[in-house]
Design a protein around this ligand. Sequence first.
Ligand code: XIL
Length: 469
Amino acid sequence: MSVRTPRLPRPSRARRAFGAAAVTAVAALAAALLPTGQAGAAGTTLRSLAEARGIYFGTAITQGDLGNPALTAVAGSQFGMLTPGNEMKWDTTEPSQGSFNFAPADRIVSFAQGNAMKLRGHTLVWHSQLPSWVSGLPPVQVKAAMENHITNEVAHYKGKLYSWDVVNEPFNEDGSFRADAFYNAMGNGFVADALRTAHAADPTAKLYLNDYNIEGQNPKSDAMYNLVKSLKSQGVPLDGVGFQAHFILGQVPSTFKANLQRFTALGVNVAITELDDRIQLPASTTSLTQQANDYATVINTCLAVTGCVGITQWGVGDADSWIPGTFPGYGAATLYDADYRPKPAYASSVTALGGSTGPSPTPGTSCKVTSTVNAWNTGLTEDITVTNTGSTTLNGWSLAFTLPVGQTVTNSWNASLIPATGQVAAQSTSYNSTLAPGASTSFGFQATHTGNTSPPALFSLNGAPCTTA
Ligand code: XIL
């Protein structure tokens, strides 16, 4: 079961598609620019590391997230693939029959394009977030309504999306088909019909079936396996299977890898499409450590399976996740805490992808940062004061932070800044390198911007996260 299948043209193509040499070179350059002792810390992103390994690392955001500068700074720099969390679902895109609304999803598509991220379309045919006019149709009208919906939505985004989740969650836990409006009207033939309709509207988008609780081998994943096998044997256009991967702490199935491999052996790609790992609250050091293990397991599994094209986390930080609202008592399910500080699972993910988060913080280091920004139409200056609130004298310091999307540093004073965008590290100079307990030091920079004049976020001093005033 765990034997590699050598006869797959599709997986190797996809692996190459995400393994661009240019990306590797940029990552290597960023690492080379980092000061000694900080190798791989600032400047390392999930995105660049994943792409260097031939896969993507993505996230999901919703319309409301676009107004959160800390969130968009992390999303636009750390992730290379984007899924709209809700905006491409039927209740948003065709709330009443024949009247389409793509404006919310278009805003997310623009954000992705502005950050050179690829996009996963989610989702065309699903029993949930389905307007009642569809479920209320006489069965004889459902096929035409489904085909019209798919044709219009896929055509609207033609050429812009990497992939589509064409059918979402078709199965019950026992492997029987879910008796939703589509199955009731068309039987299981709705799946092939949906895939063919989507392919006709955008022949270049990769077409996926997506479901949850199919990560391990069980009756539900058996049903998905049999469906994929049957569709492929009929020549139905199907490129991949999405494994949502809404995991519970410590419960990544032991059959995960073998299960992914039996799917790729059918000639489809596989992707982790909605990864999170929920913890019973409050999270503890022990649970966060287990979560770090779980994330590393998922990443290592995808890396070990030829034809696993990438991993998408569902939401950016713990505050954005759907988990607390859907599973009361659970949360802390993502790589970032509610203030977008990387959690232990972030560090383990970076390590699994072959990167390094640098040395652990100097013991006794803690810090406070204040910043002021003065902006005009295309530029801004930023003054930053960092205070050593810890108990250790720092002989040489590096303040890492995330610049908002669209800001590019043009010059700086009292510190050197590298790189000029994204995850930046400000290095002390010869005359301000000593920072005693209680002491403060100030530096600044000038930057261009494209409209977002928010201050930087996520400060850490020599690896220790800072509070901001
Ligand atoms: C969730 C969204 O995150 C929530 O905001 C929304 O209220 C419900 O849907 N499986 C899926 C996703 O395929 O579309 C779901 O997203 C989570 C479960």
